[in-house]
Design a protein around this ligand. Structure first.
Ligand code: SF4
Ligand code: SF4
Length: 318
């Protein structure tokens, strides 16, 4: 048993799936940025991207399920050639499904992507955008030089299209710490973001999600190089909060990879913890009606989701 599983057992807790409500699809590792905290090790040279036949198989599976939300992530999910095809096919399903795009903002300004923001607005795609700070120094340090200015321009563009302004175009921002510490309280930070972004740049948005960096992939390398990995793990463990278990995203989300393989979450995906049944399972191998109560695969990285106020793709948990 890993330390996280031991801790759950010591607390008399078990981590099992509830009803699946969200399908999160990681369409690949291709990205226009190479952020320090990236848990996907994404970047412009990565070749792993979803092919059209995989998109089709996922849509066929989705059509037979009652999963109401499709959450697209990457990499920069918009960079795969079939991103728009994927969105349009999901949007054509009946009953209708909600689509989320996890967007790094700067992609909206890249050459060749000029019509991406209007496409997202037209298809009523919810945008969850990374914005690790409201000050240029912190954003550029984590995501690269010039990313802050690009993100501000992209947010202004999204506001001009109605994002964050009209009800059916939600725009949420994601904060994650720029170092080896836990996020501050979400509500207070959201108020700071709203005040600063509106005051300095006239930007409005709906919610701020605070997300804890998990000690895996590029963030783990960063911690190792700065000799902080042990200290950070200790911080996560010391702040274990049993009240977060109920709301963990692995309880209501199925995570699929660029080849259609299935995991409990995007972090497990990056660690290669694919579901299996003798052999690795793909989305089309599973029946969404038969996975309630399935035991969730855990590891020491799970302490990142249960520390303090908890962390998920929808922000703090308690
Ligand atoms: S954190 Fe997001 S934007 Fe940054 S490299 Fe990773 S996938 Fe790309
Ligand atoms: S990393 Fe977080 S979301 Fe993933 S299985 Fe562990 S607790 Fe659940």
């Amino acid at each position: 048993m890993n330390r996280f599983a031991n801790r759950l057992a010591a607390e008399g807790l078990e981590l099992r799936r509830g009803r699946p409500e969200i399908l999160q699809v990681n369409v690949g590792k291709l990205c226009n940025l190479t952020c320090v905290h990236c848990h996907v090790n994404a970047g412009p040279k990565r070749k792993e991207i979803m092919r059209r036949e995989t998109v089709d198989r996922i849509i066929d599976w989705l059509a037979k399920s009652d999963i109401s939300t499709v959450d697209l992530t990457g990499g920069a999910p918009e960079m795969i050639p079939d991103f728009r095809y994927f969105v349009e096919r999901v949007k054509a399903l009946r009953p209708t499904r909600h689509v989320i795009d996890r967007c790094n903002l700067t992609i909206l300004l890249e050459r060749g992507y000029e019509d991406l923001a209007p496409f997202l607005a037209q298809n009523k795609v919810e945008i969850v955008a990374s914005m690790p700070c409201y000050s240029p120094e912190n954003v550029n340090a984590q995501r690269g030089e010039g990313v802050f200015d690009g993100s501000i321009k992209a947010l202004q563009l999204l506001n001009s299209l109605g994002y964050g302004v009209v009800n059916d175009l939600p725009l949420h921002l994601v904060y994650n710490p720029v170092g080896a510490f836990l996020p501050p309280p979400q509500t207070e930070l959201e108020a700071d973001y709203k005040r600063e972004l509106r005051g300095h740049f006239g930007i409005i948005f709906n919610k701020l999600y605070t997300i804890t960096n998990l000690p895996i992939a590029r963030f783990a390398s960063y911690l190792r190089h700065s000799n902080k990995l042990k200290e950070y793990m200790q911080l996560l463990i010391e702040n274990f909060n049993p009240a977060t278990i109920e709301g963990l995203m692995c309880r209501n989300t199925i995570s699929a990879g660029w080849r259609g393989e299935v995991y409990d979450c995007d972090f497990n995906q990056q660690l290669g913890m694919q579901w299996e049944n003798g052999t690795g399972l793909f989305l089309w191998d599973i029946d969404p009606n038969e996975i309630d109560n399935r035991k969730i695969m855990t590891g020491n990285h799970c302490f990142g989701c249960t520390a303090g106020a908890g962390s998920s793709c929808g922000g703090a948990l308690v």
